[in-house]
Design a protein around this ligand. Sequence first.
Ligand code: GLN
Ligand code: ZN
Length: 768
Amino acid sequence: MLTQNLGYPRIGGQRQLKKACEQYWAGKIDRNELNQVARKIKEENWQTQRDAGIDLIPCNDFSFYDQVLDMSLLLGVIPQRYSAVLSDVKGNKEIDLYFAMARGYQKDGLDITAMEMTKWLDTNYHYIVPEFTADQDFRVFYENIFAEHYAAKQLLGSKAKPVLLGPVSYLLLGKEKEAGFERIDLIKKLVPVYIEIINRLKQQGAEWVQLDEPCLVLDLSKKEKEAFDLAYRSIANRVSGVKLLLATYFDALADNTALAVNLPVTALHIDLVRAPEQLEEVLALAPAHLQLSLGVIDGRNVWKNDYEKSLHQIEKAVGKLGADRTIIAPSCSLLHSPIDLDLETALDPEIKNWMAFAKQKLKEVSDLRQIIKGNDEALHINKQAIESRRSSSKVHQQQVKDRVAAITDADASRLSAFPIRQQVQHERFQLPLFPTTTIGSFPQTDDIRQLRANFKKGALSSAQYEKAIEQATIDSIRWQEEIGIDVLVHGEFERNDMVEYFGEQLDGFLFTKNGWVQSYGSRCVKPPVIFGDVSRPNDMTVRWSRFAAEQTDRPMKGMLTGPVTILQWSFVRDDQPREVTTNQIALAIRDEVVALEQAGIGVVQIDEPAIREGLPLRIAKRPHYLDWAVKAFRISASGVQDRTQIHTHMCYSEFNDIIEHIAAMDADVITIETSRSQMELLQAFAHFEYPNEIGPGVYDIHSPRVPSTEEMVLLLEKAAELLPARNLWVNPDCGLKTRKWPETKAALENMVAAAKQAREQINVENII
Ligand code: GLN
Ligand code: ZN
């Protein structure tokens, strides 16, 4: 029985790659130094995997920025606008072209925009979207993969298994840059280049080549299914003597099972963590020659594998296929998991014993094989850990469970319908038409960050720290009053991150020191870990919101992160459904909303920027998700009186296709990112006749550019043509924490002026 791994984190245990890339971009190290860092990381990764007893070890899973961008360079899919970058005169090599595609290029009199970035299926990893033209050509452009395989072979021999994103998924995950063709039709031109690459790898001694086809778990059109057939038949016809491993992950093959098992490859990998239900059907349909790689260890979470459960799956497969046709593996690339639990020296030992990061997951893979072979020492140790977690009082809080079980529909409904609430709130707040507000955070200046760092280090007493945060808050309130904002915010100066801030104050969360995961390029995130039932021992935001409200006569908005976003940006429990965990968080947020109301805060915003991200890959699974996600928001928002105005905020995603669910959240006001799309999104809201109040962002906060009053008035006019002007708010796209003060002040002054102009110019009665 073989063991394998599909991919390993490449950022380095100390985030060396991040640091090296950023130094290279800043001109502080040269190409050689950058390559040395990369080589060291790769070699360490290969050794780690070999030492763990993995038989098929990935290479070409390393990437300086993103593995999909690597494919684009390998296949020569380089948009025309970068043609000037690669030149010996400028001293640029392929790697500079590569970074130009990832990050844009502003040098040597050139100003070229970066390629688009989007989320890798349903993960928080972002890839660079390939751009195709109608006459797209493909050729082997960048030879790096061959060098990397060569280096891996030196160390690993025939264990070195090159990894490629498969041709169909590569096309499907890209986009057409001009009209008049469908990218899937490029498959005939693309496949010969794959054949060339695979044959060259084979000549270099590759025994296995892994082709990732995550799109096999999506809803596919007839044409897309045919593309799979065509691609893999052509490849099988033209390469021989190399074993192809087709890797799928993140969901079940479902209606694509027959297609997938019949593709002419040596082995098929399936994800049995996300979709254990598919094992039976895959086994039933697998033809006699097919080897099956069982993804039994969760590549996307931090928990120890339950060996008994995995053994059950493995034994089932061995019973049908025999040991020599069964491969044991993690569910997907370990890219999505932190690197090494051994580096976490400060974790509660009891909880640490329930966890496994990438390095530990490799050991789990080989443990499982040992146990199958009859050496079940590791099984007993594992059983103890699993049992300790199952019964620990650190995980289970009966009160929390009882409260979730007792949630009723009434808990998810405001007391009155929106029109009644709207009237009560209008009478209470007496806001002008086109009321102005912001999304919450103000610039997190170096001073503020330094303050927090010093406080954490102990260099600043908590009294000194609080005093300084109070002053920043007061300053921002005075300034908002001066320029004439209607509904104020306190500025979120006391917060590090919108999820961490709440996680740190809730029971059931823990934080790691080094649990970094790549988000995109050199950006890494360190998600909190939800290990137990979530509850709220104390008020979380009341102190700062009350303080802020006391400084002004105007309405002060309380600012919270919503339950779905907290869930989505954390490592979550795998011992209960996501919706149960979300409901626990929702109740904690609900209590906070009520506490704010009791403290006299009349407006509370519950941010849900990540609600769209949780959408399942398969269309059939989406309604269920949207039901519980919307309900969780409503639970968090519905503990208050009619007179308390609930806002929500969303950004980052396309919301067109989930508008009815956004409406079902029933927030009194939604502020939403729209300025980059020139209000296109609003058409969807208008078409749907979105009933509640809405603040389409008129100021794109993602760049330092200061929008003029005129352009914001134009956006407001557009909005007022589409939606009842009485329901419109005026605000930026998102929080302002990444901006600097000068541009923020200038832009918000213009924004207030735009609202004033709109009040005079836009005749509300005449429009709608
Ligand atoms: N209230 C948060 C802020 O202003 C919202 C951030 C977000 O939507 N990502 O920073
Ligand atoms: Zn936002």
